[in-house]
Design a protein around this ligand. Structure first.
Ligand SMILES: C[S@@+](CC[C@H](N)C(=O)[O-])C[C@H]1O[C@@H](n2cnc3c(N)ncnc32)[C@H](O)[C@@H]1O
Length: 305
């Protein structure tokens, strides 16, 4: 397995800043999108509003991932990228890559560490764009970050050697359209990685039950955040973050592995492979995590021209 000293490639001030216990309140936008009943909001809000709101829920999370915490979180995804090697890493190396729904830019940092020539990031939240650009400022013109939706990407056809879209499409109003966009901007012969939540299992059922309340402002995000952080603290697996992500993001779709494989097939991506990340609920029995186990990470190749 390729070994890259990621710390060596990150800017010194990004690594050194010690703020592991810093705590930025999330809040402003917690379930305000459920001010009455969810159905009313569904009727009133158009896609753009909900996308913006989704970005704002996340931006309060990603604003937290700076300094030492960003470095630590980058390692988390770096470990996951390494589970895809040697399949993915050679494509990233010397390639032009896109992280669609880039959040804090942690996967962009990991791809730069693998040796990407240039990495673009796209996120619906303007705050996330600033956070990611700050986190990656030392990489200069090897990095570009833009605000926009994965459902209508601001890139030309066949631009990227690798498109990485991790934990994003299931939080959009039209995940399949987003998937088609990922394929459109991928060069022939390029590699697409998509990670979506799996369906079923007790974890999803409990989250659905929780969302019934969180979409009605019971309990507010600020309270849930305090409770989850009191239980889990600032742990390196980010349980509190995963919990709030599951409960408060406006859209949360789930899929079977077969459904996702069908997406790849319909869009002419071959050699589709499933990877299991080192996240916490992959090790749990299917009764808890669902038959398809946690996050479904599929990687496929776009047919060469
Ligand atoms: C779970 S986070 C994943 C972030 C990143 N891929 C990572 O793994 O670190 C989901 C991200 O998708 C972004 N997002 C949600 N809807 C989006 C959309 N329609 N277009 C672009 N980004 C979106 C959110 O703002 C958030 O940063």
């Amino acid at each position: 397995m390729t070994s890259v000293d990621l710390k060596g490639t990150l800017p010194a001030d990004t690594i050194e800043v010690a703020q592991t216990n810093a705590y930025t309140p999330i809040v402003k936008y917690y379930p305000c999108w459920a001010s009455d009943a969810r159905q009313d909001i569904e009727a009133r809000m158009d896609r753009q509003d909900k996308e913006r709101l989704c970005g704002e829920v996340y931006s309060s999370l990603w604003s937290h991932y700076k300094g030492a915490l960003f470095d630590q979180y980058t390692w988390h995804i770096w470990n996951e990228l390494n589970t895809y090697a040697p399949f993915l890493n050679p494509k990233i190396k010397d390639g032009v890559c896109l992280d669609a729904g880039c959040g804090s830019g942690r996967a962009m940092a990991a791809m730069l560490a693998v040796g990407a020539t240039r990495v673009e990031g796209l996120d619906i939240s303007p705050v996330n764009v600033t956070v990611a650009a700050d986190n990656l400022s030392a990489f200069g013109d090897r990095v570009g970050v833009r605000q926009g939706s994965v459902i209508t990407m601001p890139y030309d056809d066949e631009t990227f050697d690798v498109v990485h879209c991790y934990g994003v499409l299931h939080h959009t109003k039209d995940p399949y359209k987003g998937f088609q966009e990922c394929c459109r901007v991928l060069k022939p012969g390029g590699t697409l990685l998509v990670a979506n939540y799996c369906r079923g299992g007790l974890v999803n059922r409990v989250l659905d039950l929780g969302r019934f309340f969180t979409t009605r402002r019971i309990p507010p995000l600020s309270v849930m955040k305090r409770i989850s952080r009191a239980i889990f603290g600032e742990d390196d697996r980010h349980y509190w973050y995963a919990l709030l992500d599951g409960l408060y993001a406006p859209f949360r779709e789930t899929y079977t592995e077969q459904e996702m494989r069908t997406w790849f097939e319909e869009n002419h991506l071959d050699d589709v492979q499933r990877y299991y990340c080192k996240g916490f609920y992959y090790d749990w029995p299917p009764l808890f995590s669902g038959k398809d186990r946690g996050l479904i990470v599929l990687v496929g190749q776009k047919a060469a021209a």
